[in-house]
Design a protein around this ligand. Sequence first.
Ligand SMILES: [Zn+2]
Length: 237
Amino acid sequence: MSSLISEDLRAAVDAAKADVCALHAHLPAAGLVAWTSGNVSARVPGADLMVIKPSGVEYVDLTPESMVVCDLDGRLLEGGYQPSSDTGSHAYVYRHRPDVGGVVHTHSPYATSWAARGEAIPCVLTAIADEFGGDIPVGPFALIGDESIGAGIVETLARSNSPAVLMRNHGVFTVGKSARAAVKAAVMVEDAARTVHLARVHGPVTRLSDADIKALHERYTNAYGQQGRPSTENGAK
Ligand SMILES: [Zn+2]
């Protein structure tokens, strides 16, 4: 395969390809995607590179070798397919958020129904406070094709604790320290959207207080899980 990747990055690139390919299986399994929609990307550690899903390839046909490598301007560097049409949005996030190691995009149905209405998901459950640290925000409407989706994601998340944003009239983007963390956020935002929707079928819901949200989020962020062990958020299992 012809490649513009330097040999010293080969092991890191190949590991990212395997990781991103495997993580894509979560999207159909969790009911987050229809047909070929949705995508996962990962930053290659130590390089200005990202690995992302090829455009238009069915989930069952994805292999590590079919993953596409781009630079952080979205230019194709390695791969037999064109990169996802959302590559420019992912690349913008990596350029402007050095802390982000993974990005996910879906049109998962419950969360996207909130995006269709331009309505934030209110923080009415402890699980939402834990994972999102407040309401799950709405980002601006933006057309695919330039940097406006990426800019809308970065600007909206800068004003929020949330790793997820509901892009108005479009769908969900999530970020994480790793691609696995971003996939987890994509699963959790759909779960939150569904549960709050079901609650509202029965009647009004009550938002948690800011003080309770802060306490829950800090406890979850700092104390929850297997302290002192390798974190699954970093890709270890
Ligand atoms: Zn989309």
